[in-house]
Design a protein around this ligand. Structure first.
Ligand SMILES: C[S@@+](CC[C@H](N)C(=O)[O-])C[C@H]1O[C@@H](n2cnc3c(N)ncnc32)[C@H](O)[C@@H]1O
Length: 314
């Protein structure tokens, strides 16, 4: 009778042998770790992946953890057959152009580490400009916040992590995204101050119910979305990216809700595409917002439009 451990290993081998990444394992079976790394970088480059070296580093770090690459080169016993198979599996996904964040399952944003799946947009570093703007404009003190189109919860949770007396609501049209946002709130220890609501923009929110409204809506023009790299077009939700024919569709919708739900003198701040500063500023002014301004990101591009709700509402 066979040993249960041998059977487990043999079953695992059968599964691995049947998987799509078999060609990689076959190619790597007789190679050393540095040779595998070099081969991986070359394959990623040939597949048209610009960040081949850093992607290879992330994938290797993931399978080798807690050992470092240097440790595993010095002691080949730290790089097992199972780890090589695991690396082949991750590499195969990357060669199919799945983003690294989805392969590894998480993405750093602000000071947080957030779960990411193909149900949510991977939070981008540019979006930290919106977090910075809100923290600059709003002093500590009790406040109610809403994040329209919360996705992974990135903006809402970053702001709550910085202001312990704020509470907030994340709204999204996607129930699957909201489930990830809820998991992220628990993961960050912020679930006592964050709740999540399914709905379209601010439609489900009461008039004069929040002090701060933030949003990073879909803002890519449909024709531009069609030409985006496979990582984005094939693996990230279109609903998170496609802002309609002129890219402004969702600003128009959410501004109607913003002036209704934000209390007088409250802040409305949205992320924009680098070339949308003038258009979105005009939409803010048409919506009756005061003190409208634009904040640039670290690359010097217009990235956030903000304004204050004036007078008395509703
Ligand atoms: C650009 S993503 C932003 C995600 C996240 N806030 C971030 O910055 O990483 C836009 C989000 O808006 C959501 N969305 C699209 N249309 C919506 C609508 N009508 N109402 C609410 N959310 C919507 C999408 O599901 C997606 O999660």
């Amino acid at each position: 009778m066979s040993d249960p451990f041998d059977k487990m290993v043999s079953d695992a081998r059968t599964v691995f042998e049947a998987s799509a990444s078999k060609p990689l394992r076959d190619a790597w079976a007789s190679l050393s770790l540095p040779q595998i790394r070099a081969d991986l970088i070359q394959r990623l480059s040939v597949a048209g992946i610009g960040e081949a070296e850093s992607d290879a580093r992330f994938l290797l770090a993931h399978v080798l953890a807690p050992s470092s690459y240097a440790d595993a080169v010095a002691d080949p016993a730290l790089f097992s057959w199972q780890q090589m198979s695991g690396l082949a599996d991750l590499a195969w996904q990357r060669l199919e152009r799945r983003p690294v964040s989805q392969i590894l399952g998480s993405q750093p944003f602000w000071t947080l580490d957030l779960l990411v799946t193909e149900d949510v947009l991977t939070p981008r570093a540019d979006t930290e400009t919106l977090v910075e703007l809100v923290l600059e404009k709003c002093a500590p003190g009790v406040a109610d916040l809403v994040d329209l189109g919360t996705g992974s919860g990135a903006i809402l949770l970053s702001l709550l992590s910085e202001r312990s007396d704020w509470s907030g609501i994340g709204v999204d049209l996607s129930p699957a995204a909201l489930e990830i946002a809820r998991q992220n709130a628990r993961r960050c220890g912020l679930d006592d101050r964050a709740r999540f609501v399914e709905g379209s923009w601010g439609a489900s929110l009461a008039a004069n119910s929040v002090d701060i409204l933030v949003s990073n809506p879909p803002y890519i023009r449909t024709d531009v979305w069609r030409g985006l790299e496979p990582e984005v077009r094939r693996f990230e939700p279109r609903q998170a990216l496609d802002g309609g024919e002129d890219g402004l569709r969702d600003y128009r919708s959410l501004l109607i809700d913003a002036v209704r739900v934000v209390r007088p003198c409250g802040l409305v701040a949205v992320e924009i595409g680098f070339d949308q500063g003038a258009d979105v500023t005009a939409l803010f002014e048409q919506a009756g917002l005061d003190d409208v301004g634009v904040k640039r990101d670290l690359a010097g591009h217009d990235r956030v439009v903000y304004g204050a709700v004036a007078g008395t509402n509703g």
